[in-house]
Design a protein around this ligand. Structure first.
Ligand SMILES: Cc1cc2nc3c(=O)[nH]c(=O)nc-3n(C[C@H](O)[C@H](O)[C@H](O)COP(=O)(O)OP(=O)(O)OC[C@H]3O[C@@H](n4cnc5c(N)ncnc54)[C@H](O)[C@@H]3O)c2cc1C
Length: 464
């Protein structure tokens, strides 16, 4: 019986060693390991894993091809629904999606779908057929704002349908959070992100970096003057939130976004590079999501003691289970049920510590999680030289304020329906710009839905 085979473990760098370098934590499967793990899949007739994948990858079909050693066929199956398998295999929250739905998980351990997807993606980068598919251009042009997963997925599907898709990206490198947010030790930039983006260029997608839509050119100009038939906005949610506590403007307080951008995109971790990054002996990261885990593990690798301060308990940590586990192994200190009330400065205006208060869990709030309640008189200080705020982000208002008639929510998200249609004809939106900070695969799903809607919109207009 296939499900009698135990789950094949994945090899990882030793925690004590990896806490001092930026090399990837997980080595992934080799061919033999991937085939053995693939042989555990039962090939369900009504696969729950596919239903729980936001881009509906035909999971059992690709896994059967892995089992049979036909890796090109496995890559071709995934490519029908995802242009970023190496990325998603590494960063998707599989435990709450495909793997969470795997029938083997009811009595034992689910198939490691993410690790198999990563194996196929990496195999394809190294050995796969790079011949672009035959595409007949349809003569129509679509502009895409932002080169994160939403924009990339939208551009990929539109290019396959024959559109000339042009991505406008504010930064000097494409990839959005994949490039500037998620650290190298979780998602290698040259070996994975750049290669998967290159596959889009082979489809004919143009990427114009260093172009800020709303400054260099507006959405209205793209439609009215530049001759684009439609615009997709996938500009993400890059505006960081702060707590509003005293001391937040001291030197040494940064948002996780800035901290990670410096480390990743500006290679502050590379001693041969000139980008400064302030850390000191101890870095406190406030928050409990994926972003907080990435920031705290980056701080550790930069040579500091690194501490997470989170106001709820371990059970409520919103970060992926794997990231929390890895952080623990690497010696990250977790201060749970702890909430900052003030950041303390020295006479030169630099951070010297953080004053916190202990919390306990009360009644569940609207999200169903138990609300943290302050314990009176429990204040204490943690000495540190840097405080990184990882409290979530919201969409940057630039696009909304420079596009006529584009409706937004009060918190800044662009109003769009499930197909990405906004309050303006011809303008579609998706990903974090619409939902607020979410996940890579949900952003990709939104980009794909919008590509289908854009195609319907452009074709209807041509016929009408
Ligand atoms: C540190 C970190 C770790 C994360 N870890 C995970 C994880 O492990 N798993 C997971 O699933 N999700 C994770 N996420 C969330 C995930 O990365 C996002 O949900 C996803 O990237 C959203 O995709 P997007 O395309 O909507 O936006 P983004 O990835 O944010 O891309 C938006 C792009 O638009 C560009 N842009 C913005 N404004 C303009 C403009 N005016 N003109 C031109 N370009 C513009 C930006 O520069 C950016 O490149 C993480 C997020 C962060 C920050």
């Amino acid at each position: 019986m296939a499900n009698k085979i135990p789950r094949v473990p994945v090899r990882e760098q030793d925690p004590a060693v990896r806490a001092t370098n930026f090399d990837e934590v997980s080595y992934g499967y080799d061919q033999g390991e991937a085939q053995l793990e693939a042989s555990r899949c039962l090939g369900c007739k009504n696969p729950r894993c596919v239903a729980d994948c936001p881009v509906s990858i035909r999971i059992p079909d690709f896994i059967m091809k892995v089992r049979d050693g036909d890796f090109q066929a496995a890559a071709d199956i995934i490519a029908q629904d995802s242009s970023l398998p190496s990325v998603c295999g590494r960063v998707c929250p599989q435990e709450t999606q495909c793997e969470g739905a795997c029938i083997l998980g009811i009595k034992g351990e689910p198939v490691t779908i993410g690790k198999l997807e990563r194996f196929v993606g990496d195999w394809n980068i190294a050995h796969g057929d790079k011949t672009p598919p035959q595409i007949t251009p349809n003569g129509r042009r679509v502009a895409i704002v932002g080169s994160g997963p939403a924009g990339l997925a939208c551009a990929s599907d539109l290019a396959r349908l024959g559109y000339a898709a042009t991505i406008f990206e504010a930064l000097h490198k494409a990839g959005g959070v994949l490039q500037y947010g998620i650290p190298e030790f979780r998602l290698p930039k040259e070996r994975v992100v750049a290669c998967e983006i290159e596959s889009l260029r082979r489809l004919g997608v143009t990427i114009d970096t260093d172009t800020i839509v709303g400054r260099t050119v507006t959405v209205d100009e793209l439609l009215d003057q530049e001759g684009f038939d439609a615009v997709f906005i996938g500009s993400g949610a890059g505006l960081p939130k702060f707590m509003g506590i005293p001391g937040e403007n001291l030197n040494g307080v940064v948002s996780a976004n800035e901290f990670l951008t410096r480390a990743n995109l500006m290679r502050a971790y590379d001693k041969g590079y000139d980008t400064p990054i302030h850390t000191g002996e101890r870095v406190v990261v406030v928050g409990g999501g994926n972003v907080a885990m990435d920031a705290v593990r980056t701080a550790k690798r930069l040579g500091s003691e690194a501490v997470i301060v989170y106001r709820r308990s371990q059970a409520e940590l919103p970060a992926r289970v794997e990231e929390v586990h890895h952080a623990g192994e690497e010696g990250i200190e977790f201060r749970m049920l702890t909430n900052p009330v003030e950041i303390l400065g020295d006479e030169r205006g630099w951070v010297r510590g953080i004053r916190c208060v202990r919390m306990e869990l009360g009644e569940p709030d609207a999200s169903g999680r138990r609300s943290p309640v302050e314990i009176k008189g429990s204040e204490f200080e943690i000495e540190c030289q840097t405080v990184v705020m990882a409290l979530g982000t919201s969409p940057n208002p630039l696009i909304a304020t420079t596009t006529n008639g584009l409706q937004t929510q009060r918190w800044g998200g662009i109003v769009a329906d499930d197909d990405g249609a906004t309050s303006r004809e011809g303008i579609f939106a998706g990903g974090d710009a619409v939902t607020g900070a979410a996940t890579v695969i949900l952003a990709m799903g939104a980009g794909r839905a919008a590509a289908r809607a854009i195609d319907r919109y452009v074709m209807d207009k041509l016929e009408g």
